[in-house]
Design a protein around this ligand. Structure first.
Ligand SMILES: Nc1nc2c(c(=O)[nH]1)N[C@H]1C(S)=C(S)[C@@H](COP(=O)(O)OP(=O)(O)OC[C@H]3O[C@@H](n4cnc5c(=O)[nH]c(N)nc54)[C@H](O)[C@@H]3O)O[C@H]1N2
Ligand SMILES: Nc1nc2c(c(=O)[nH]1)N[C@H]1C(S)=C(S)[C@@H](COP(=O)(O)OP(=O)(O)OC[C@H]3O[C@@H](n4cnc5c(=O)[nH]c(N)nc54)[C@H](O)[C@@H]3O)O[C@H]1N2
Ligand code: SF4
Ligand SMILES: [Mo]
Length: 891
């Protein structure tokens, strides 16, 4: 075997996707082939990876990468580009003041990139107009933590989720969005079946499959629910009087506010029956070891900060915080959302958990940086920042590692604002995104596997991302780009960092500077980090002040809060005023994530395996609503708000609550005709955090009438698509394409030639039925299928995965070619169906066949097909399929 003689190199690094922050071992064999596996020694995952982490090696090719700097679309040298950025920023500041420029950056930057960007804007430009996509993600948690604790502190550690007797997951689709924590929880529950899990989510998600209780809460009913819980607890022995008296303020006010809600009002506001409310309240009351995990169903709301505080209130009241198996737990989204918060990357923070409003903090940071100036007031938060771009207050903008033309609410307006901005710099890894197309200057950044730095995960653990690939083209680290511009703006001394290790050391030193326990974030032990130490660094949790060693740390078990009096604050929250829907916009749009795509798909969209799980944008809609508006299953649905429109596939399911539609946030103009769902999302924000309410948007929904539906597989990437609907996905050996047409083109063969890259001399093998409107065309080049095209008046029923497989098959026999035209497998072959297990590419039909063959448990299916035996992300879905088959058999 080649493997036995090969020399391979292994690098320990960290997954670039979610905030779980799993350790990854990347291996390059002597043929240069990269593979990844979980790092068994990393304390976040102990060797596990989810489907996205397992597929990392498939996303690192150089396809579509931006490889050299560009000015106005033309290749330029780094010197030309950086000089131009520096001079335009300097001129704009000189003419219009420091607040006329802005940086919009990202929780996917490494801490070192983030530190340099923040230092440049707040300390040297002298403005706080630096905000980040964390505003759309974690800012309500930050605001809630600061109100309650006096600092942005996550009190607990992952182990608490395993040690708890009750785990509450609210506004979190853990199974799909933090899959490795979900696996750790599922394993703990399997080992200790007495452990209870409650899922609070308007939808019945895959996460709900391990729930003992699923509360299908009304949109934004959470504040009322946790107020009701506080009022309930106050009358029981669960209240920890000693903790409340010694370590907190404001209990009475919070209790008075909470107890104003009667049970009828609670039922109305939460949409939950009184039985379920009581069951939930009693579970919390009677279980000392309780962890409440929350994510975007909490944060992304116009009452997100109040939701956070309503949850924290219940933990403070019972003293269940900062002890093993207890506490409120904000799950961070991006790999370095926490690191960004540590360097002060948000517009209202300073650095190292210090604040702009505090003159002592400003003075301290300015002295440490030896900076000429320091921002004196908070800068513009993301939504306001793009408003200022739109109305011309901001005249120079640098966007780094985020795709706001897709991910910001009211995205069409945001895109138009960027397009109209006099000077736009974009640093990205891809040439073509919905945002890079507006760049005057496009800068090529190093991506995952190429860059070096640190990230902090949800449990405050700092891990190294390490480079193991060559630097492609002229790409450079994001920190280097910012530092070079800082130097060219005249701040030579402050931005002459020789390496990422030096930046990290400076960041660590600032965290310890005049700290003495007054601030939670202190990693003084790393203030002297040299490059060799940095390269050998193992994951550690903060805090780790000077002269201390790494240990498992929790906060607040014995008080020690960061308000001036050392106490925590209860917040007397109030319930949000009535809902948003109206006669014209009667539905609630809820948006979020799917298992195998990451955000705007610039990386996961490259993997055929990941794209096979869910290959097109969709709206989950309840069967009752679908019937009411006349949308058939698999038809197309048009979604509209006063801000914009989108068109997606209807997925009719009773996992969705009535009155609400769920649409994923991922699809963009590169992958679909009109599925940027943020074009529809209203720019309504939370008054404390400025975080957009991406989960509760008033919309209208209606069927999209089309003349015909199409499906195609194509070896070449489809080009120039302009049909009523299209959605493109990477497939093994080519692409798959869903289509819908308003009207028939003059000639279908010609349509295929133009859009599917078929050479003019190749004639199709075809079948047409004028009566039914069915048409099928298959184009072969010798034995090889170039493209197959299927058209029908109804959504096309062809076996998709089987059709994709035909791109890789040799079609020597005529019968095989005709099978393609027929759109159905030849006898004896089963169509695998939609992919469930992406690690082993196992489809739903194969699982159904295994269940019918006697595999009645997830383990049995695993033994038969391997499905679910690697990353485990699909185990909940497999369980659902087995249950469905067995229930059908029992009927
Ligand atoms: N596969 C995948 N994983 C990811 C990401 C990804 O793009 N893809 N992104 C990462 C990032 S940056 C983030 S921020 C996290 C997000 O992780 P999550 O927050 O878990 O994911 P979402 O799907 O955005 O939303 C979670 C759930 O909130 C529910 N929800 C909506 N409204 C309400 C409400 O009013 N109350 C309650 N209780 N629930 C509500 C939604 O129905 C949804 O199921 O995921 C991270 N992990
Ligand atoms: N409707 C709705 N909207 C949402 C959300 C929602 O739930 N619903 N969720 C919000 C949340 S929580 C988040 S976190 C955001 C995410 O939204 P975005 O941050 O806009 O999404 P990404 O696709 O992750 O964008 C990252 C960009 O950086 C590029 N990139 C990757 N690596 C690097 C690198 O190393 N350096 C540089 N310079 N560029 C790089 C990628 O190619 C991509 O263009 O979306 C928000 N928007
Ligand atoms: S859970 Fe998955 S996406 Fe998140 S860090 Fe771990 S491997 Fe990466
Ligand atoms: Mo996020």
């Amino acid at each position: 075997m080649a493997g036995e003689t090969s020399v391979s190199t292994e690098t320990k690094t960290t997954c670039p996707y979610c905030g779980v922050g799993c350790g990854v071992i990347a291996r390059i064999d002597d043929a240069g082939v990269v593979s990844v596996k979980g790092d068994p020694d990393h304390p976040a995952n102990f060797g596990r990876l989810c489907s996205k982490g397992s597929a990392l090696a498939e996303t690192i090719d150089l396809d579509g990468r931006v490889l050299y700097p560009q000015i106005g679309g033309q290749r330029a040298s780094w010197d030309e580009a950086l000089d131009l950025v520096a001079s335009r920023f300097s001129e704009t500041i000189a003419q219009h003041g420091p607040d006329s420029v802005a940086f919009y950056i990202s929780g996917q930057l490494l801490t070192e990139d983030y530190y340099v960007a923040n230092k440049l804007m707040k300390g040297f430009v002298g403005s706080a107009n630096i905000d980040t996509n964390s505003r759309l993600c974690m800012s309500s948690s930050v605001a809630g933590h600061r109100r309650a604790f006096g600092a942005d502190t996550v009190p607990g550690v992952y182990e608490d989720i395993e040690l708890a007797d009750l785990v509450i997951l609210t506004g979190s689709n853990l199974a799909w969005c933090h899959p490795v924590i979900y696996q750790r929880l599922a394993a703990a529950k399997a080992a200790r079946p007495g452990m209870k899990v409650v899922v609070i989510d308007p939808r019945r998600t895959m996460t709900a499959d391990i729930a003992d209780l699923h509360l299908a809460i009304r949109p934004d009913g959470d504040v009322a629910l946790f107020m009701g819980l506080l009022a309930h607890l106050a009358g029981t022995a669960a209240i920890d009087r000693n903790y409340v008296d010694t370590h907190t303020n404001g209990f009475e006010e919070a209790f008075t506010a909470a107890s104003a809600l009667g049970i009828a009002e609670l039922m109305e506001l939460t949409g939950l029956p009184s039985m379920q409310l009581r069951q939930f309240f009693r579970l919390f009351e009677q279980t000392e070891r309780v962890v409440t995990c929350y994510s975007q169903g909490v944060n992304q709301s116009s009452c997100g900060t109040d939701k956070v505080n309503a949850i924290i209130n219940c933990h403070l009241a019972t003293g269940r915080i900062g002890r093993a198996g207890m506490g409120p737990f904000s799950l961070t989204g991006q790999p370095n959302a926490m690191g960004g918060r540590e360097v002060g990357g948000l517009a209202h923070m300073l650095a190292a958990h210090m604040t702009i409003e505090n003159p002592d903090d400003r003075d301290r940071v300015q002295r440490f940086w030896r900076s000429p100036d320091i921002a004196r007031k908070p800068g513009l938060k993301a939504v306001d920042m793009f408003r200022a771009v739109a109305d011309g207050r901001i005249k120079a903008l640098w966007i780094m590692a985020t795709n706001p033309a897709v991910s910001m609410p009211d995205a069409d307006t945001v895109a138009a604002a960027i397009a109209a901005c006099p000077f736009v710099v974009v640093s990205d890894v891809l040439q073509e995104t919905d945002t890079t197309k507006y760049a005057h200057i496009l800068l090529p950044s190093l991506g995952w596997g190429e860059k070096d730095g640190t990230v902090t995960n949800s449990e405050r653990r700092i891990s190294r991302q390490r480079a193991f690939l060559n630097h492609p083209g002229e790409a450079k680290a994001d920190w280097w780009q910012m530092a070079e511009v800082g130097r060219r703006m005249g701040f030579e001394d402050a931005f002459s960092f020789p390496s990422a290790a030096d930046i990290f050391a400076e960041h660590a030193a600032l965290s310890a500077f005049e700290n003495g326990g007054s601030r939670d974030f202190d990693i003084g032990a790393y203030a002297e980090t040299s490059t060799p130490v940095y390269d050998a660094m193992t994951p550690f949790q903060w805090p780790q002040p000077e002269h201390t060693t790494a240990q498992v740390t929790r906060f607040f078990g014995d008080g020690g809060f960061f308000h001036a009096d050392g106490k925590a604050r209860f917040v007397a929250v109030s319930v949000p005023t009535s809902g948003r829907t109206s006669a014209d916009f009667p539905f609630t749009l809820n948006t979020g994530r799917i298992r195998d795509q990451w955000h705007t798909m610039t990386r996961t969209g490259k993997s055929a395996r990941l794209s096979a799980h869910i290959a097109e944008p969709f709206a989950e809609i309840h069967p009752g609503d679908a019937m009411e508006i006349g949308v058939a299953s698999a038809a197309l649905v048009e979604i509209e708000s006063p801000y914009g429109k989108a068109v997606v596939r209807a997925l009719v399911t009773d996992r969705q609550a009535r009155g609400s539609l769920f649409v994923p946030m991922h699809w963009n103009d590169q992958f679909a005709a009109k599925a940027r769902i943020d074009a529809v999302v209203a720019p309504i924000t939370d008054p404390f955090s400025g975080q957009p309410a991406s989960k509760n948007v008033a919309i209208a929904a209606r069927p999209l009438q089309v003349a015909s539906y199409g499906f195609a597989v194509s070896a070449a990437k489809p080009q120039g698509l302009d049909t009523a609907y299209w959605a493109l996905a990477k497939a093994e050996g080519g692409w798959r394409l869903e289509l819908a047409f308003d009207a028939a083109p003059e000639n279908w063969t010609q349509w295929c030639r133009t859009h599917l890259g078929i050479p003019g001399h190749i004639e199709p093998l075809g079948y047409a039925d004028a009566q039914s409107g069915d048409l099928r065309l298959a184009f072969f080049d010798g034995d090889r299928l170039l493209a197959a095209f299927f058209l029908a008046r109804q959504p096309v029923g062809v076996a998709r995965n089987w059709a994709i497989e035909q791109l890789a098959v040799q079609h020597t026999e005529m019968a095989k070619r005709f099978a393609v035209v027929a759109g159905r497998p030849d006898a004896g072959r089963i169509d695998p169906g939609a992919t469930v297990c992406s690690c082993f590419s196992v489809g739903v039909n194969q699982i159904v066949a295994a269940v019918h063959g006697g595999c009645h448990s997830v383990e049995a299916v695993g033994r038969e097909l391997n499905a679910g035996t690697n990353c485990g992300s699909c185990r909940a879905e497999i369980r659902g399929i087995i249950d469905g088959c067995l229930a059908a058999a029992a009927e």
